[in-house]
Design a protein. Structure first.
Lengths: 436, 847
């Protein structure tokens, strides 16, 4: 009797069990629901976005845990890419173009559109992952970033939003009530400007530090300033609005801060860590940074432990974080799907957040008492993430992002005016986006 | 064997425009290879065992006969979409003449085999279907890469039954005509497109909307289309997309076909830009990145970016060389960044090192090829004092002499930075008395010369005047800038003296400093022009950095398109006039050495320096060996030591030296002053004197407590204290209490032992042990060489009555890894050179 090639049990009758297993391993049958190959076993690789420097290497530990739970039948090799987001994107894209690479990718939300658009990824079964657009399982913004062109290309993995850090001691020196939250940029500016008034003793104070070096972090800061001023650079409809007065006003705020001296010029060399280290010296009133800085600033023995408070940014934050996607080149897509389901399971998300400090993407985790104890900013962070906005969603994001940082940088340095910088930027973006 | 007919599923594909005029035979061969590969790939991906099908080359296509045990639905549901996907992927980055589109037919029937292959009426029928005019026209009505026709048999028995999830709606019924076939019913399916046959029948041209994110309403439709075209399981979005386009487009546009063609350019949406990974020396990374952005703009084709370059700076030559030789491990991915397709180091010297390392590791799978120089910049001696040198080309002997006299000489680490390496080679060359001929163009230092007897001691002296402050040149100057800013506040510029300093950096980095440009890292912010502009001197032997553009290919994953993109960037852009002018503005000289507008005296630069190119005239391997030897020597001679100097002050030290010129004590003092020059600020050193019962019953006395040489101790540095103590040494009337003192000194170094340092006791003595009440020779040997105790090397420098012929001294020293050195007629200095050679020359003592 003849047998169908992809029917391992019947093949086994004819060819013997060992051969059948070998053949089963190279047979692919579509899963009618997911469209993925239906094997749910077989080794996979998992590329992390940067070295896992969390306490106890929580991401790596979680991967090991997955293997253990499977009782040794599953294998995942964890590969840590270098720390820079541009570098991660570059390596992943090049490997994918060569028809190889890692199977499960931890992808920065900034590159989602590009990777989905150019077909680097497998689309995922939304229902199986409870990740339909109306799902209440995931935080809304991170989930949104995974949907491109009405298909699901990833699941949210970790999320991030900028927070406003305040030095209570400096606030006290200025004679301000530390309990009053900062609700607007104008409010922030008034307080920050006060640090420059000469009657205060206690050394030279600075008002506000943030990431103004010429890189992705500057793009984020400029977008946030522009959004807060009521403008945008590229709208969700793809319209370039960088030259509109509101957008110019946003950039001008940062330029004025530098000119007014309440943002130190050294901030033009700062990325995240430099900002934190400067703030930690205790002479700066405000800092914009990601939640990671909270733990470092409040570590036992740190100079400002107990003197730092966090709040929401006065305006919307740019959405940060990572999504988990499956490479189109993955051989064992079924395994990969099982793995990402595991990584976003509630207990594991709790562990990643509670112990590793990776803000969770699940609604339920934010209500967990233990997580709230470990991270006092939990509620605040959820609110910041839910009101966060996506950076321009275009397959040409690397160009768009770099153009924003470049032109803003010229304005910050005083080489050009905010108005001119934004008009130049608009022209470049028009040209870039018309090409997609 | 010819015999009974066998049932086979028949798949035939035919390459569109195989004989087109822009394709020559070489291209046709490549096309055939591509199609064969993609067909095999599609079968493999569908999980079909290679035993179960046979593929035959047809010249302009491929015939595949598939075993009936393979479900026909698998062929339609998996092989065909897989093949289409493979074609899309290939076409996304292929040159126009290499873009492959296929017509395909699936049919089935009985075939007979003779020795020349299969034949049969059904096979002929399949070929007729494939030849049909309408099918050819279908390809012109779609941008999809594959159009499939299936026979009535296949449609009725497989598609219409929806086996394997097939969707009959996606198959358009047509009648085909061709040779011998007057009107055969057939069904046409185009993975990734619908209504193709209908368009072909109406004679409509391809009508793809040009994608534009920014045009509000169209966006949803066009993005959907694009996603659909580039992803694995498209389907529904397309129909939706086309409906939206129909709804949104103004009616006249739809009516006027001509206008359609104008407004909707017939082209596929943009494919992925080819990603090229460049790893460049930190000094030039920003300039290369800026050039890449311009080149990308120039590489736009049909409105699409076709390539993207990510430029990653590297901080350490050593790590780069190592990572390449190791095949870019996952550690390299983590610590250095993407695996490079191109590297741009500061110097060809690095390329020679890479080649040498690859050869050493036996890696034939990685190849590096230099296309040429991106830019040049001489290594200069930059000083805030404009009048430091009488000559703008000071000799190295002069430079080192100034350094010994107090001028602070700074360079970046030779292991990490090219300017640091070349500065080191030049300095070592000068110190070892090797003068390059022909105007200082070539390295004449050899590994053998670095092994000369006195080389380690001399190089260690060089290292004491030539300090290493950072891995890269940028941070060295960054520090200077920060110091200058800290001092800036109180005194007006003119009153602040320039620092007594000279830094070995590239002219480009010096210019960045002088112009207040970013210097990388914490110094990425702009600064003002400094009060004291650095002025360049160009000593002999300092080379020009040539920033070679090097394409790296790994045969295992070789992507020709990427390699071509990498080459194009250099040949079509970086080597050209516009890029070269930009590089001049960035502070470099052009690849041919021409200085730009910024190279002028007010910026501290001598425009017309004869630019000696750093050459590797004949033997690149030899030069690579020299560099490795220099780096090894550098690594060794700067290794800090933890050392106790133990000096004999017995009565015999009063006796005159046989060579005349003073007493033994005086000779020892001279030698010790020489030894102090060998010591770096990071070395930890103490000084004892010894003679029998010097302090009560104890034979030794501590004169300077052991500690870091550069450290401030009270009002003086330890180095000064050591010098003073040496000057104060005087003979006593006592006998030589040698063994007890050595024993105590070894014990002292074992307290707070530091395994990463060279721990050594250095004894200078002129007599035998004369201490009847003390420890005997055998016991001493046992103690100092004791099993398990931290090893301390013991050196004895003997003169006068002391002699290394004594077995105890020999055993004592050599078994610790040290040596007994007879000062002999060559004097104490020679003995100290030997000691240095053992401690810092990587030479053992002949054990």
């Amino acid at each position: 009797m003849r047998h169908r090639p992809h029917d391992p049990t019947r093949r086994a009758l004819v060819l013997g069990v060992p051969l059948a297993l070998a053949l089963a391993a190279c047979t692919r049958e579509p899963d009618p629901k997911t469209g993925l190959t239906n094997r749910r076993e077989g080794p996979i690789t998992f590329a992390l976005a940067g070295p896992d420097v969390s306490v106890g290497r929580q991401q790596v530990a979680l991967a090991r845990r997955w293997e253990e739970e499977a009782g040794g039948s599953q294998r995942v090799e964890v590969v840590e890419l270098t720390a820079g987001a541009d570098q991660q994107r570059s390596e992943l894209a090049a490997l994918l173009q060569d028809g190889r690479g890692f199977d499960v990718l931890s992808l920065d939300v900034a590159w989602m559109t590009e990777f989905a658009w150019f077909g680097y990824l497998r689309s995922l079964p939304a229902a199986e992952l409870d990740a339909q657009p109306d799902s209440t399982r995931f935080l809304r913004r991170p989930l949104e970033s995974c949907w491109v062109d009405e298909q699901l290309w990833a699941v949210p993995y970790t999320t991030n939003a900028g927070l406003l850090y305040r030095n209570l001691e400096v606030l006290g020196k200025l004679g301000r009530n530390p309990d009053v939250p900062v609700t607007s940029w104008r409010h922030l500016q008034t307080l920050a400007e006060a640090t420059g008034e000469p009657e205060f003793e206690g050394g030279v104070l600075d008002g506000y530090v943030t990431q103004l070096a010429n890189y992705e972090g500057l793009t984020v800061n400029v977008l946030e300033a522009v959004w807060d001023a009521g403008g945008d650079i590229v709208t969700d409809d793809g319209e370039v609005t960088a030259a509109e007065p509101e957008a110019v006003a946003g950039l001008a705020r940062l330029v004025e801060g530098l000119a007014g001296g309440w943002i130190p010029r050294s901030a033009m060399g700062f990325r995240e860590e430099e900002s934190r280290l400067e703030f930690q010296k205790g002479q700066v009133l405000f800092m914009r940074n990601w939640p990671y800085a909270y733990r470092a600033l409040n570590a036992p023995g740190a100079p400002l432990a107990g003197l730092v408070e966090v709040g929401k940014l006065p305006g919307p934050s740019a959405l940060g974080g990572q999504n988990l996607a499956i490479s189109r080149n993955a051989a064992n897509q079924g395994t990969a799907l099982e793995f990402i389901k595991f990584m976003v399971r509630e207990d594991n998300q709790q562990r990643l957040f509670g112990e590793g400090g990776f803000p969770s993407v699940l609604q339920s985790v934010y209500d967990d008492a233990e997580v709230r104890r470990a991270h006092p900013y939990t509620g605040l962070l959820r609110a910041s993430v839910e009101s966060a906005r996506q950076r321009p969603r275009t397959p040409y994001a690397p160009w768009v992002s770099e153009a924003i940082a470049h032109h803003a940088s010229l304005a910050l340095q005083g080489t050009t005016t905010p108005d001119q910088a934004m008009r130049d930027l608009a022209r470049v973006l028009e040209r870039t986006l018309s090409r997609v | 064997m010819q015999g009974a007919p066998r049932h086979r599923t028949i798949l035939v594909v035919d390459i569109e425009g195989f004989n087109r005029e822009d394709r020559n035979d070489l291209i046709r061969i490549r096309l055939r290879g591509t199609v064969r590969d993609l067909v095999t790939e599609a079968f493999t991906a569908a999980g079909i065992d290679p035993e179960l099908y046979r593929a035959r080359d047809l010249g302009d296509g491929v015939l595949v006969l598939i075993d009936p045990t393979v479900a026909k639905s698998d062929v339609l549901a998996w092989v065909i979409p897989g093949l289409a996907e493979g074609l899309r992927r290939h076409n996304a980055t292929a040159r126009p003449e290499l873009v492959v589109r296929l017509r395909a037919v699936v049919h089935a029937g009985e075939l007979v085999y003779d020795p020349h292959g299969p034949t049969g009426a059904e096979l002929n029928f399949a070929f007729r279907l494939l030849d049909a005019q309408l099918l050819r026209r279908c390809l012109t009505a779609t941008s999809a890469p594959l159009v499939l026709v299936v026979s009535k048999l296949i449609y009725r028995t497989v598609v219409r039954q929806r086996y394997g999830g097939l969707d009959p709606e996606a198959y358009e019924p047509v009648h085909l005509r061709s040779k011998d076939v007057r009107r055969a019913p057939a069904w046409i399916h185009t993975p990734g497109d619908r209504g193709v046959a209908a368009r072909a029948l109406r004679g409509e041209p391809l009508a793809w909307p040009r994608l534009a994110l920014r045009q509000g309403g169209d966006r949803a439709a066009t993005t959907a289309t694009a996603a659909w075209l580039w992803t694995a399981q498209p389907r529904a979005p397309l129909a939706r997309a086309l409906r939206r386009i129909a709804l949104l487009a103004p009616a006249p546009v739809l009516v006027a076909a001509g206008l359609v063609a104008v407004l909707w350019e017939p082209q596929a949406p943009c494919g992925p830009p080819l990603e090229v990974r460049v790893t460049a020396e930190a000094e030039i990374a920003d300039a290369v990145r800026a050039a890449a952005r311009s080149h990308e703009q120039a590489s736009v084709r049909d409105g699409c970016f076709t390539r993207h370059f990510t430029v990653t700076p590297f901080q350490s030559t050593d790590l780069l060389v190592e990572a390449l030789a190791e095949g870019w491990s996952t550690e390299a991915l983590r610590d250095l960044g993407p695996e490079p397709d191109v590297i741009v180091p500061a110097s060809s010297a690095t390329v020679a090192r890479v080649e040498a390392n690859l050869a050493e590791q036996g890696r034939t799978d990685v190849a590096v090829r230099t296309l040429g120089s991106v830019a040049t910049s001489p290594v200069v001696l930059a000083s805030p004092k404009a009048d430091l040198w009488d000559d703008e080309r000071p000799g190295w002997d002069q430079v080192l002499a100034e350094g010994a006299a107090g001028l602070e000489l700074v360079r970046a680490s030779p292991a990490s930075s090219s300017s640091g390496l070349h500065a080191t080679i030049a300095a070592y060359q000068a110190e070892l008395g090797i003068t390059p001929n022909g105007g200082g163009q070539e390295v004449h230092l050899t590994p053998e010369q670095l092994q000369q007897h006195d080389a380690p001691a001399r190089l260690r002296r060089v290292e004491q005047v030539l300090s290493t402050e950072a891995d890269q040149a940028g941070p060295v100057l960054c520090q200077l800038r920060q110091e200058a800013e800290l001092q800036a506040a109180p005194a007006p510029a003119a009153e602040r003296p320039a620092r007594d300093l000279a830094v070995l950096v590239s002219e480009k980095t010096m210019l960045d400093y002088n112009l207040g440009r970013p210097l990388g890292g914490a110094c990425s912010l702009l600064a003002e022009r400094p009060d004291h502009v650095l002025t360049a001197a160009y000593p002999d032997g300092l080379p020009v950095l040539d920033f070679p553009y090097v394409v790296v290919t790994a045969s295992e994953w070789h992507n020709r398109d990427r390699e071509r993109a990498a080459r194009d960037f250099y040949r079509r852009y970086l080597a050209g006039g516009r890029a070269q002018a930009d590089l001049q503005e960035a502070g470099f000289r052009t690849k041919d050495g021409s200085p730009g507008r910024l190279a002028q005296e007010s910026n501290g630069i001598q425009r017309d320096q004869p630019a000696p190119r750093y050459g590797f005239p004949a033997d690149r391997t030899a030069n690579a060996q020299t560099m490795t030897a220099v780096l090894d020597a550098w690594d060794r001679v700067r290794r800090p030591a933890r050392m106790l100097l133990v000096i004999d002050v017995s009565g015999s030290m009063r006796r005159p030296m046989p060579t005349g010129g003073g007493i033994r004590m005086g000779a020892v003092q001279d030698a010790l002053h020489g030894a102090l020059q060998l010591l770096g600020d990071r070395d930890q050193v103490g000084l004892w004197r010894f003679a029998r019962q010097l302090v009560g019953n104890q034979d030794h006395q501590e004169l300077v407590k052991a500690g870091t040489v550069g450290e401030q101790v009270g009002s003086a540095t330890r180095r000064e204290l050591l010098g003073d103590a040496v000057d104060g040494l005087a003979p006593t009337d006592a006998d030589t209490g040698l063994y007890d003192s050595v024993n105590a000194a070894v014990a002292r170094l074992r307290r707070g032992y530091q395994p990463q340092l060279r721990n050594a006791v250095v004894v200078l003595t002129d007599g035998r042990n004369e201490d009847p009440g003390g420890i005997d020779g055998d016991t001493l040997v046992q103690r100092v060489t004791g099993e398990g105790a931290p090893p301390v090397e013991v050196f004895v420098v003997s003169f006068g009555e002391a002699s290394c012929d004594e077995p105890e001294l020999q055993t004592l020293t050599t078994r610790t890894g040290g040596a007994c050195l007879d000062a002999g007629p060559r004097g104490l200095d020679a003995a100290l050179d030997t000691m240095a050679a053992i401690l810092w020359g990587g030479r053992d003592n002949g054990r």
